[in-house]
Ligand binder design. Structure first.
Ligand code: ADP
Length: 630
């Protein structure tokens, strides 16, 4: 029983293949996690890194709270089950299961107890004296599972264990492995390319593509709230329907204008409150996603409004339901319109060649950016878009009048503010009311109204109907005027270019009351001609990631927060360009070697200052491979 923690995990193979990029996940004790994705997406590599069968190129891997990056597989307290069962053909089932325990020199009685118990759980007691070749694929895989179970591992790792079995047996074994997980109460990490397997077994699923995690979520959330078009298309059969379209807001409605047809659907604007307003201009291309079960043949009474036409090409009658295939219908006979699959009840009166009228379940519409393929209807919106007026040093926002922070220095006029949801706080002077709250994977999203406008916020624990006072963290916002940015948010991180170097020093130490001089070697970062020694832990991580020779000859980027650099007696020389005063906080906007750096400060400064970096909280990036080492 153990939790597994993966922080900024990367795998770059010696030939340069970047198999896994910045994998971050906290796996809780007893979870059943499934890694899923198309072949080559990096799921096995990730599992093999947890097992210790592959080195971790960068990042921190913990099992049961211990860093295991450099720990031998045998010491990690894990057990692994592979696609090919890897049983010893000359040994009986009993001997195969007992083999690992014998190597560990466990007492005979204990071995016998564990083997018979495991055989019981897996229903293979009667085969204990048989050889693997006398058994079926399913039974052999049970033996492989038995061999893993008897080790009583903290974490069970399974790499496509059912791929060699036929469809029926796979379904059966799927259920058995789920039951086994419940019985053993151990953390399971399971790799598969089969989304059905993932959806039926995982408590949480990690969807991967090209080495990158696409989404980590429960099966239900992946199905209902895919964060991008890839996840939307990978999860669920038949595949989600996708239609190129534009969105046009008119009054309190949003029209969906489908490309290539004159089909048009109206959605009430409140159901799209979370959307970024830029997408509602009738011009920005989007992709509408809708699952087959959310498109239905319109009953006659409902025909007319919000109906689109489909030219039916064929149907598949599955007994309990029917799948209808076709394309969006267009009167001008355009050859290539978007394909449509819909799922309806078994006895539907539609045939190949028909032009069917269908209705859409408007509440289930998903919308993706055509280019980035990211959902533009995220469960937690990125920004609030708020109009405001600045006059005489004050800002009128959401029905309240506040002092405009000096740092924004906006002239009198009207502006639009992009306020990230996490920049709305609960200690300001704007009166608001909580309309609803939603739990999104442990984060509480509050829908508020303030001055008649919708505002999204996170981090507040208030009940529906509660009256709250909200404020805005102005350093995180963007101020726009007529489409031009007049104030950009402060970056969350400062970046400093540096090298990792070795320095020899002569130090004096007291030995038996006498001062002695000795040579010592120290490692640290060098930037701007200055040397900053780093803690051993930092050097170790850098050497692990690059090897000594490369570490001492490669460039690095240090990432430091807004309070990660402090004005000091000596350090990196920076030129103060401006003092940014936000009232409660103040920052120095400085330049260092052409780069902009922001430094939290208590006092105003000007001219040159020296900055001391806080290495204990610094991020270290290898810019050549684009890998975050720390
Ligand atoms: P998956 O399990 O999702 O099918 P893998 O983790 O096996 O994917 O592989 C991820 C990527 O890493 C692929 O592009 C694969 O070709 C590459 N890869 C896997 N093993 C090696 C290796 N030993 N050397 C170089 N590249 C590898």
């Amino acid at each position: 029983m153990a939790e597994v923690s993966l922080k900024h995990i990367y795998k770059v193979y010696p030939n340069g293949t970047k198999a896994v990029s910045d994998f971050n996940m906290e796996i809780a004790d007893k979870e059943f996690i499934v890694f899923v994705g198309p072949s080559g997406c990096g799921k096995s590599t990730t599992l093999r890194m947890i097992a210790g069968l592959e080195d971790v190129s960068a990042g921190e891997l913990k099992i049961g709270g211990l860093v295991v990056n450099d720990m031998e597989p045998k010491d990690r307290d894990i057990a692994m089950v592979f696609q090919n069962y890897a049983l010893y053909p000359h040994m009986t089932v009993y001997e195969n299961i007992a083999f690992g325990l014998r190597l560990k020199k466990l007492p005979k009685d204990e071995i016998h107890k564990r083997v018979t118990e495991a055989a019981e759980i897996l229903g293979i007691t009667e085969y204990l004296n048989k050889k693997p070749k006398e058994m079926s694929g399913g039974q052999r895989q049970r033996v492989a599972l038995g061999r893993a179970i008897v080790r009583e591992p903290k974490v069970m790792l399974l790499d496509e264990p059912l791929s060699n079995l036929d469809a029926k047996l796979r379904t059966q074994m799927r259920a058995e492995i789920s039951k086994l997980h419940t019985k053993l109460q151990t953390t399971f990490v399971y790799v598969t390319h089969d989304q059905v397997e993932a959806m039926t077994m995982g408590t949480r699923i990690v969807v991967m593509k090209d080495g990158f995690v696409q989404q980590i979520d429960t099966p239900k959330n992946l199905y209902n709230y895919p964060e991008n078009k890839f996840v939307a298309s990978f999860i669920g059969t038949p595949q989600m329907n996708f239609f190129d379209a534009k969105l046009l807001k008119t009054g309190n409605e949003v029209k969906i204008l489908f490309d290539g047809t004159d089909a048009e659907i109206s959605v009430p604007y409140p159901s799209l409150y979370k959307i970024i307003p830029d997408y509602l201009d009738g011009k920005t291309p989007v992709v509408i996603g809708l699952r087959a079960e959310d498109i239905s043949l319109a009953p006659a009474a409902k025909k007319g409004k919000n109906v689109i036409k489909v030219a039916v090409s064929h149907k598949e009658e599955l007994g309990n339901e029917t799948l209808v295939y076709g394309n969006l219908y267009t009167t001008d006979g355009a050859a290539e319109t978007a394909p449509v699959i819909l799922k309806d009840t078994a006895d539907i009166a539609v045939n190949a060649g028909d032009i069917a009228e269908v209705t859409l379940n408007l509440g289930k519409i998903r919308i993706f950016d055509k280019q980035t393929e990211r959902s533009v209807l995220p469960r937690i919106p990125e920004y609030n878009y708020l109009d405001c007026t600045v006059k005489g040093g004050n800002i009128k926002l959401l029905g309240a009048e506040l002092a405009l922070p000096e740092a924004l220095s906006c002239a009198d006029g009207k502006y639009t503010l992009l306020v990230p949801v996490n920049a709305v706080n609960f200690d300001g002077g704007i009166k608001a009311e909580v309309v609803s709250r939603e739990d999104v994977n442990g984060v509480t999203l509050l829908a508020l109204t303030a001055g008649g406008k919708r505002v999204w916020a996170v981090g507040g624990d208030f009940a529906e109907g509660a009256e709250v006072n909200i404020g805005v963290d102005f350093k995180k916002i963007t101020v726009m005027s007529d489409g031009e940015t007049v104030f950009s948010p402060m970056p969350g991180l400062n970046e400093i270019d540096c090298n990792f170097v070795k320095r020899k020093f002569v130090e004096t130490a007291e030995v038996n009351g006498k001062s002695k001089r000795k040579k010592v070697i120290r490692f640290g970062f060098e930037t701007d001609g200055k040397f900053f020694e780093v803690p051993d832990d930092v050097s170790r991580k850098i050497f692990n990631a690059l090897g000594v020779k490369k570490a001492l000859s490669s460039p690095f980027k240090l990432q430091l927060g807004l309070y990660g650099l402090t004005v000091a007696e000596s350090g990196i020389v920076a030129t103060v360009e401006k003092v940014l005063n936000f009232g409660a906080e103040k920052f120095l906007k400085c330049t260092v070697g052409g780069r902009e750096i922001f430094v939290g400060t208590d006092a105003d400064r000007e001219g040159e200052v020296c900055l001391a970096p806080d290495f204990l909280n610094a991020g270290v990036v290898d810019p050549k491979r684009d890998i975050k080492i720390i």
